[in-house]
Design a protein around this ligand. Structure first.
Ligand code: ATP
Ligand code: MG
Ligand code: MG
Ligand code: MG
Length: 561
């Protein structure tokens, strides 16, 4: 590529709207341009980086036995009704109507679509396991789209879904992905940690996040220097007990106060059959209600419910808020998509000293374990992480660190297959729901994370495996025929050897060219000046090193290969 032909408009000034380094540098170096909040064009250099990231991901997904497909972005409401998520996904979902007034969503994720797809064509255990993935734009109307590609409203994700006949199979698929993800982030040359993530406590479920370390990251993680425990803050806030922990369940009978509504009463008020539809009530110790969890997609009159329960702030809760309540209370909701609606009094939920009610008559706590599912401090302290807390594995003090969530793997179990009636015929001749897992990588966010981690005051320093070009050749004066001829010779030699190379053929001062080369972050710069050329040598400088090395023209190829 000749620099004079490259579409890479660089900026000298730091754009004022950009708060984090990756956003600033990607704009300045001409990699991205904003169309509207959270929506960007990937310029030619960015597209090259993205392609490399995607290819590494593809190779590792394929190596793990997965197959790539491509699903639609436009998804009909009916699919999301089947899982119950049309109503609960909330404002983060981009919704649209067609000319017949039918509802659609722009896919924020694809569990529904793939579950229905697989259900239609996979009928027998013999066709399992199955791992399918795609790399595609996702749409989420984030409340605060910011930091450039970090939190976009249109962004590129690799999403993979596994289907197994049993939980042992799910473990195998999950481990394959866990290993594949490690290989991906190793190959991308990024410093990252794998942390335990909040799985929403569906019995036995597991979830891990892959977090690229960076002080500007929006995720907070805790880790132990002594052993290899690491978790995100939500997860660490409800630290798992040791195996032998048999702390008693809460005795709700003692805590229940006069005037407190029972599940039965709430259900009756709502006209719903009790335990099946009103799943959980969450109370504060003084009997004030915090949250009501209702199964399925039901529109409720919030004001009426609020009055009935004598609470002040009850309203549909955001998914994030729900996660926090879950972390503090009960084990029946998953963080990705809830086939339940949660009406919560968030003001109250943020306070300490509340207790959890259960989904049967008489307030029995089902599958709620003090210390595991329920940590009173968890909600109040969630944002302050847990620095200095004891490591649940070895007891040493935990450290806190910031990072960027670039990948997330998750055991879904039968969450979607059950809700959507997606079954196969098992070996024993019985219909069973698919056992599923889902696995995402933020491709465009990973590009930003790479910049966040690899830059200096002059610009980006691309990790070699994802650099848009490997080499840039800079003749210090293009008008000097001798320099130009050598530059073109080297350019042709490198091209012929399959090296991705830019020749800076612009009629610009050397300083300008060096600044641009540093800004766009090309790993190797070959400088051709008349002084060294007298000895038949050129300068080779690595982007991350201070000093250049003099190399004979004839040895350039061997040196940069
Ligand atoms: P976050 O916690 O940052 O909102 P998430 O947990 O909602 O992310 P997932 O549903 O786990 O995201 O999606 C899988 C991956 O997609 C994430 O790990 C992340 O890398 C990427 N991703 C999610 N939201 C965005 C976004 N708004 N912009 C860019 N990448 C995103
Ligand atoms: Mg999110
Ligand atoms: Mg997250
Ligand atoms: Mg996530």
């Amino acid at each position: 590529m000749k620099y004079s032909e490259l579409f890479c408009p660089t900026l000298r000034e730091v754009p004022s709207e950009a708060e984090v380094v990756s956003h600033q540098l990607l704009l300045r170096a001409g990699f991205i341009r904003k169309t509207t909040a959270g929506v960007y064009t990937y310029m030619p250099l960015a597209q090259r980086v993205l392609r490399k990231i995607m290819n590494i991901i593809r190779e590792e997904m394929d190596r793990a036995g997965a197959q790539e497909l491509l699903m639609p972005i436009i998804q009909p409401r009916e699919l999301w009704e089947q899982s119950g998520r049309w109503a609960v996904y909330g404002e983060e979902m981009f919704r649209l109507k067609d000319r017949h007034n039918r509802d659609f969503a722009l896919g924020p994720t694809h569990e529904e679509l793939i579950t229905s797809l697989v259900n239609a064509d996979v009928h027998s255990y013999r066709d399992l396991p199955l791992m399918l993935y795609q790399i595609q734009n996702k749409y989420r109307d984030e409340i605060r789209p910011r930091f450039g590609l970090m939190r976009g409203r249109e962004f590129i994700m690799k999403d993979l879904y596994s289907f197994d006949a049993d939980y042992e199979g799910l473990d195998v698929s999950y481990n394959k992905m866990y290993e594949a993800y490690k290989r991906v982030f190793d190959r991308l040359n990024l410093k990252y940690r794998v942390v335990e993530a909040d799985s929403g406590a569906i019995g036995g479920s597991e979830s891990h996040e892959f977090v690229v370390l960076a002080d500007t990251g929006e995720s907070e993680i805790v880790f132990c220097d002594n052993c290899d425990y690491a978790a995100n803050v939500e997860k660490a806030s409800c630290l798992a007990p040791k195996e032998e922990d048999t702390s008693p369940l809460l005795d709700l009978e003692k805590i229940a106060t006069p005037g407190q509504k029972t599940i039965e009463e709430v259900a009756r008020f709502l006209g719903l059959p009790a335990s099946r539809h009103v799943k959980t009530l969450l109370y504060k110790a003084d009997g004030e209600i915090i949250a009501v969890v209702i199964r399925g997609d039901r529109e409720l009159n919030e004001t009426k419910l609020k009055n009935f329960l004598h609470c002040t702030h009850l309203a549909m809760a955001e998914e994030n808020e729900v996660r926090k309540i879950c972390a503090a209370g009960f084990g029946s909701l998953g963080p990705v998509g809830l086939p339940c609606k949660v009406y919560a009094d968030l003001e109250v939920a943020r306070m300490r000293n509340f207790v959890c009610g259960a989904n049967e008559d008489g307030f029995h706590l089902i599958n709620v374990n003090m210390g595991r599912d329920f940590v009173p401090e968890a909600v109040a302290d969630l944002r302050n992480a847990v620095k200095g807390d004891k490591c649940p594995v070895c007891g040493k003090e935990l450290e806190v660190q910031r990072g960027i969530e670039v990948g997330h793997i998750f055991k879904l179990g039968t969450k979607y297959s059950e809700a959507m009636g997606a079954t196969f015929l098992d070996q024993d001749g019985k219909e069973k729901p698919f056992i599923m897992g889902c696995y995402g990588i933020g491709v465009s966010r990973t590009m930003a994370a790479a910049v966040e981690q690899n830059h200096d005051e002059d610009g980006i320093i691309w990790p070699v495996p994802i650099a848009p070009y490997q080499v840039i050749i800079v003749p210090v004066n293009i008008k000097d025929a001798e320099l130009r001829v050598v530059a073109e010779e080297i350019y042709k030699t490198l091209l012929a050897a399959g090296i991705e190379v830019i020749l800076d053929d612009r009629d610009e001062r050397a300083g300008v060219k060096f600044k641009d080369a540093d800004l766009i972050g090309i790993p190797v710069r070959i400088t051709i000046g008349s002084k060294s050329l007298k000895e038949n040598k050129v300068e080779i400088k690595k982007r991350w090193e201070k000093d250049a090395e003099l190399v004979a023209v004839s040895e350039v190829l061997a040196k940069v290969k």
